[in-house]
Design a binder for this molecule. Structure first.
Ligand SMILES: [Zn+2]
Length: 272
């Protein structure tokens, strides 16, 4: 599943090819994503110039003068640049066609992705309006995390993933950040001290920045027809490593279920 670093890497890879370009049309091959692609989308964007490509949580936002196209990669979506004439495959459901014969193409085999239109401010869209602070922004720090967790008796890992305390932190990077911070994923969120929240907030940022940095080396893949690189599994410290030795102390990494999600942690390094 594309997580925040993959979405940000996608944004950085695609932006130079699309910002400032005029849209000449859209091609919708299958509108049945998590929500249907709106039928009026072509009429909204055709003839418009893309002003900015931004990211909020795991949503990509294509800004135009008359509104914004909001895109989410869902469980299996990939977005990249192809040149006009590149034949679509069975799962290439949506194309945004630019005036220089360049196409932004969405491939989404499982069709949990989203392509939506919002007139006016896209951040006011119901899907985006209640998301917490961006983890890479100045709005997110120890004080913000501490304040957001005071009334939360749920486990800190669960709280990190529900998007109110921090935006867009998925399962992989929640596991990784908790390990880097030495935080037990099972600790009740409200029990974390102010100092502990500062360490955890810094490690969340560090974990995401490292992953985005690793993605930077694969930016050229975004203009290739075979799509983008996946996530950065070779660098995971705990995720999907149950039974393997902790990179820090050698203790076996433990794998448990929290809610419906897999949690991986070192019982020795992550005690409080
Ligand atoms: Zn350890």
């Amino acid at each position: 599943m594309p997580e925040l670093p993959e979405v940000e890497t996608t944004r950085r890879g695609i932006a130079p090819h699309v910002v400032g370009k005029k849209i000449t049309g859209v091609i919708i091959r299958d509108r049945r994503l998590r929500r249907p692609i709106p039928k009026q989308l072509g009429g909204k964007v055709t003839g418009q110039t893309l002003r900015k490509l931004a990211r909020r949580a795991k949503y990509l936002i294509f800004y135009f003068d008359n509104g914004a196209l909001i895109l989410h990669l869902g469980m299996s979506g990939r977005l990249w640049i192809v040149q006009d004439g590149a034949a679509p495959t069975a799962h290439d459901h949506f194309d945004l066609v630019l005036h220089n014969r360049t196409i932004v193409r969405l491939r989404d085999p499982r069709r949990f992705g989203l392509v939506l239109w919002q007139s006016g401010d896209p951040l006011a869209h119901a899907l985006l309006a209640h998301i917490g602070p961006e983890p890479l922004s100045a709005d997110f720090d120890g004080a913000a995390l501490h304040a957001a967790t005071r009334n939360r008796s749920a486990a800190i890992k669960h709280v990190l993933m529900d998007s109110h305390a921090v935006a867009g932190l998925g399962n992989i990077y929640a596991n990784e950040a908790l390990f880097r911070a030495g935080t037990s994923p099972r600790t009740a969120a409200r029990r974390l001290s102010r100092e502990h929240c500062s360490v955890l907030a810094a490690k969340i940022r560090e974990t995401l920045e490292l992953a985005i940095g690793a993605g930077g080396s694969s930016l050229r893949d975004y203009v290739a027809s075979d799509g983008m690189a996946g996530n950065y599994q070779s660098q995971f410290l705990v995720y999907d490593r149950a039974g393997e030795p902790c990179t820090r102390c050698g203790t076996k990494i433990r794998g448990i279920r929290q809610g419906q999600r897999s949690t991986f942690y070192c019982p020795k390094c992550q005690k409080s």
